[in-house]
Design a protein around this ligand. Sequence first.
Ligand SMILES: Cc1cc2nc3c(=O)[nH]c(=O)nc-3n(C[C@H](O)[C@H](O)[C@H](O)COP(=O)(O)OP(=O)(O)OC[C@H]3O[C@@H](n4cnc5c(N)ncnc54)[C@H](O)[C@@H]3O)c2cc1C
Length: 498
Amino acid sequence: MKGLADYTGPVLESCDVLIVGSGPGGGTLAWKLAQSGLSVTVVEAGSWVKTFEKDFGKTIASHFWDGGMRAVRGNVTFPTLQARALGGGSVFNSAICMRPTASALARWRADHGLADYTEEALAPHFDAVEAFFDIHPVADEVMGRRNELFRDACNTLGWSVEKVRRNERGCVGSAECILGCRNEAKLSLDRRGIKEFVEAGGRVLTHLQVDQLLIEKGVAKGIVGHVVDGRATPLHHARIHAKVVVVAAGAINTPAILRRSGLRDRSVGDNLRFHPSGYLVGIFDDRVYPWTGATQGYHSTQFLNQGIKLESLWATAPVFAQRFPLGVRQFKRLLKRYDRAAVWDTWVSAEDSVGRVGVIPGTNKLDIQYDVGRGDLRRLQEGNALLAELFAAAGAREVLTGIKGLPEVMDAAEAPRILREAKLLPSDLPCGSNHVMGGAVMGADPTKSVCDGWGAVHGTANLYLCDTSIFPTSPGVNPMLTAMALAHRLGEVLPGRV
Ligand SMILES: Cc1cc2nc3c(=O)[nH]c(=O)nc-3n(C[C@H](O)[C@H](O)[C@H](O)COP(=O)(O)OP(=O)(O)OC[C@H]3O[C@@H](n4cnc5c(N)ncnc54)[C@H](O)[C@@H]3O)c2cc1C
């Protein structure tokens, strides 16, 4: 790709707009600015990944922050994955694209003063992004049995079920989205967006990790950081000057960069949100061949207004091993019936739960705190029970929940009742979340928010934020598409502000 270089020497350059991070937020903004006539540079701490491993452990160790070991602590401890690669999370995610719910936007308007966040006003940005990234429903031919069973179970129970819409072209249903798409079908930002940006003359510097922003007298002037190798070892000091700096480093790293840059007031790091999730394994009598078919082909929005989403999912054997506290014998028994298993997940929009990103003083180390609220614990429990109902309706014989204190293997017909009646603590649930939002939230009131509705940081000139960190709360759906549409929206006005 012309102009795209893995830097190994010191960097010192100037540009009109410097974008920190190349994920759905930063990458979409870069694409939108490609034809603006501005000189735009994107810096990205990770590599441009061109070959993907089939090994989950190696993938997360190589291409995720903290070697894939990033965790949240509070009344639960759970893993959270953030990609460290050109294209950010879009390279390894399931590519599910959904517009925010009307009720989430209504809350953003009412509670955060974001008056122009209406479905109508945002629609042109969603339309543009959906067209450019070829977002469309999963094709029937690549669904596979695991997804079809989910659909059939929803139909049996009379619950809504929709084909997932994704940014891809030519998916062959190899069920390995989380490892990166070896078939080059996923239209992640490295393949779509950044490519067009570079072709139009934009610059991308990978392996450049920003440590902090240069801010002089309340005006952002650039960044300082390090050129790093593929294992994130700092090699050289780097300094880049820009007229406008846009931080798009993701919902955990963006507030961390702001805090390291001395912006510690104005709620920086507060209001961190996740979609805590759990999954169940169902074991069927007949073969499901779960390794075939789209990673996530169908989902149900039946319970979305209660803050609960249900999805079909696949996870590889090492992911099972990490998440289920089964004994070796039980795990071997499960692996023997691997071909008869299906994995479906649930996540909650978690309005009752909130966290905070802190930076341990004098270090680059993060302290990520998060407590699951009581309402969300109930919702997670109910989400698991609903999944068990789905498995029973699909004809599964057994389900495995991995929940502490409950039988490791349950009869599918019995499981919904057991799950609903269980007296659980948040730490009993094998939780995780890769949907991270907030930490540098937008709002009209500078005393309660970090930036305005365009991402312009209150009180610091020429500094913008453009990723899921600005979401005041969950958009009620999977977060990527909202980040892309808001980046497109910012890209429309930014040239007039440089
Ligand atoms: C396994 C997985 C599956 C998911 N599935 C879905 C899904 O199907 N649908 C959906 O909507 N969402 C999904 N998500 C979440 C989605 O990927 C994220 O919400 C989305 O990527 C967020 O975009 P972003 O631009 O805010 O941040 P990111 O994608 O995190 O991008 C930030 C970028 O900034 C870079 N960066 C960070 N710090 C620095 C620094 N100091 N210097 C330089 N660069 C830096 C990072 O390396 C990264 O490339 C999934 C996430 C994961 C991990």
